[in-house]
Design a protein around this ligand. Structure first.
Ligand SMILES: [Zn+2]
Length: 205
């Protein structure tokens, strides 16, 4: 089971972008792009089901859903965009400090490739391309700390006039979709990206 969660909900829409779009609207739009076709792809020869959340689910209900439907080899992501802080730039991937080595590599791969497709930096901490909940503004993130599967929370970019012009939903969705399908035990993580760029633009950046 692959869980693709769009952060926030109808009642609590997250930060307002400089372009007037609320974070939740952007999260849902990207979530739909990520999940397009994802359920028809197979993982190690096994078809993976994709699970999203209802628009009106609370954070606790989303965690319950993940616990209820989790299976061996399940993994998931919670999609977010960062605040509209003036002058800030970069992408962040948050994981639990107790997560698997595999999930650390998935987080690293995701941060580096998001950085590449948008041309914005990875916001690194202590020589890491991923960060821990204790290093975020809120301090705790139950969606990745209190769920029984490898999860990552992605802050795609800042919703300000530096990062949003760099944001391309299609290209970002391709990175996130692949991140969910990667199996680092069987394939090295660095070989994917050139053909992804070629698909979209017919050339490598
Ligand atoms: Zn958010």
């Amino acid at each position: 089971m692959i869980f693709v969660i769009a952060g926030h909900n109808e009642r609590s829409q997250g930060a307002l972008g400089y372009d007037g779009v609320y974070e939740h609207t952007r999260n849902v739009s990207l979530q739909r792009q990520v999940t397009l076709g994802l359920s028809s792809m197979s993982l190690s020869g096994t078809a993976m089901e994709v699970k999203t959340e209802d628009e009106d689910k609370s954070n606790a209900e989303v965690r319950d859903m993940i616990r209820r439907y989790a299976k061996p080899h399940s993994r998931g992501m919670d999609i977010h965009f960062n605040n509209n802080f003036p002058g800030a730039t970069g992408t962040e991937v948050v994981i639990s400090p107790y997560t698997s080595e595999n999930n650390r590599r998935r987080a690293e791969w995701t941060a580096r490739n998001l950085s590449l497709v948008m041309g914005i930096p990875v916001r690194r901490r202590a020589d890491r391309d991923y960060i821990y909940p204790s290093e975020t503004f809120v301090g705790r993130l139950p969606i990745i700390e209190s769920t029984p599967i490898p999860m990552m929370l992605v802050e795609v970019c800042f919703q300000n006039d530096i990062d949003l012009p760099q944001y391309d939903e299609y290209r970002v969705s391709m990175v996130l979709r692949r991140a969910m399908l990667l199996e680092f035990e069987v394939m090295p993580p660095d070989i994917y990206f050139n053909d992804l760029n070629t698909q979209k633009h017919g050339k490598t950046i």
